[in-house]
Design a protein around this ligand. Structure first.
Ligand code: GTP
Ligand code: MG
Length: 327
């Protein structure tokens, strides 16, 4: 795609062409270089969406919470984009289908756009494509972007760096095993949700969470804890309005004034780091194959014809930008 073709794509997307947007997202998944040209041109039109990340243990009710939040924002007249990160974990293999079915009632609403990302095996790819897709949704004019991911691995936790507010969903009954909420997850939480509050043990879970927060120093103290019964949607007492209010409170606290600049820098820095790592990983893979492939190189090392440090250095020193003919 030439610059002109990218401009056409950008124009279509900004004009609300859903199919052009879906095509661009697919091309981004396939890492087509021309898709990047379109992203670059979309960039000036981004920066308006408020992105909330929803993470937590498998089965905690993240999709149900997202579904209820969509209903809440739609009722307020806001347009909502959703990115569901396909979990690579063995815990919830069927999640994508579940998410689709759960959120299907919004499928016919043209104020809602739901996109699943599956980036199995891409080095740092999960977090990069989440940023990219969120950017496209932002440029499309969705004021709200919700990212759902299972908080099982570092990769999934990193995805939350794309979010302005991170919501960690927990459930009652973790009891003494509250450690099951990965320490890393609690670390990134701006809002904690005790979902399935219709079940026994919500009091205890809330107490345990409060206790864990108190053990933490500094600004983690003002993390809000909200109880929800997400299966009740936006009905009175579901807690979803309170969750939305907690997200707004965090937004007001964190994204205005001095702190906002620091956060914006951290967020842009995380994104840039991802991009650089991903580009270098691509080039490294190409350089390894140009040097005879990993098996051939390993054979030389096993036979002691060469040492691994020298080989690694030679490959790293040979990294170059791809020639135009190869992209
Ligand atoms: N009792 C009760 N069940 C709930 C509540 N919220 C969600 N569930 C149920 O919990 C199950 C899992 O919900 P999901 O929304 O798919 O959970 P998830 O965290 O997105 O799951 P994965 O994406 O697979 O990790 C479903 O059967 C939901 O109906 C709730 O507030 N109360
Ligand atoms: Mg889910």
């Amino acid at each position: 795609m030439t610059v002109a073709a990218a401009a056409t794509t950008v124009e279509a997307i900004r004009g609300g062409d859903i199919r052009a947007a879906a095509r661009l997202m697919r091309d981004l998944d396939d890492r087509r270089p021309e898709a990047l040209a379109a992203l670059k041109q979309l960039f000036p039109h981004t920066g308006r969406a408020y992105i909330a990340g929803i993470t937590g243990n498998p089965g905690a009710g993240k999709s149900t919470v997202v579904d209820a939040l969509i209903a809440h924002y739609r009722a307020a007249g806001e347009r909502v984009g959703v990115v569901c990160v396909d979990p690579t974990s063995p815990f919830s293999g069927g999640a994508i289908l579940g998410d689709r079915i759960r959120m299907q009632r919004h499928a016919l609403d043209d104020g809602v756009f739901i996109r699943s990302v599956a980036t199995r095996g891409h080095l740092g790819g999960l977090s990069r494509s989440t940023f990219d897709i969120a950017s496209v949704l932002d440029a499309m004019g969705y004021q709200r972007v919700l990212i759902e991911t299972v908080g099982v691995g570092q990769d999934e936790v990193d995805v939350m760096k794309a979010a302005h507010t991170t919501v960690v969903v927990t459930v009652p009954g973790l009891g003494d095993d509250i450690q099951a909420i990965k320490a890393g997850l609690l670390e990134v939480a701006d809002v904690l949700v005790v979902n399935k509050a219709d079940r026994e043990g919500a009091d205890r879970t809330e107490r345990d969470l409060l206790h864990m927060l108190e053990l933490r120093a500094g600004d983690r103290k003002d993390v809000a804890i909200v109880r929800t019964i997400a299966t009740r949607g936006i009905a009175e007492g579901s807690g979803i309005a309170e969750l939305a209010a907690a997200i707004e409170a965090h937004r007001a606290r964190a994204w205005s004034g001095e702190g906002a600049e620091r956060r914006a820098l951290a967020r842009a820095g995380a994104h840039l780091g991802e991009l650089v790592r991903a580009l270098l990983a691509d080039r490294a893979a190409r350089a390894v194959s140009d040097h005879g492939g990993v098996e051939g190189l390993a054979a030389g090392i096993v036979a002691h014809r060469s040492d691994p440090w020298t080989v690694a250095e030679e490959i790293a020193n040979s990294l170059t930008a791809p020639s135009p003919s190869r992209s």
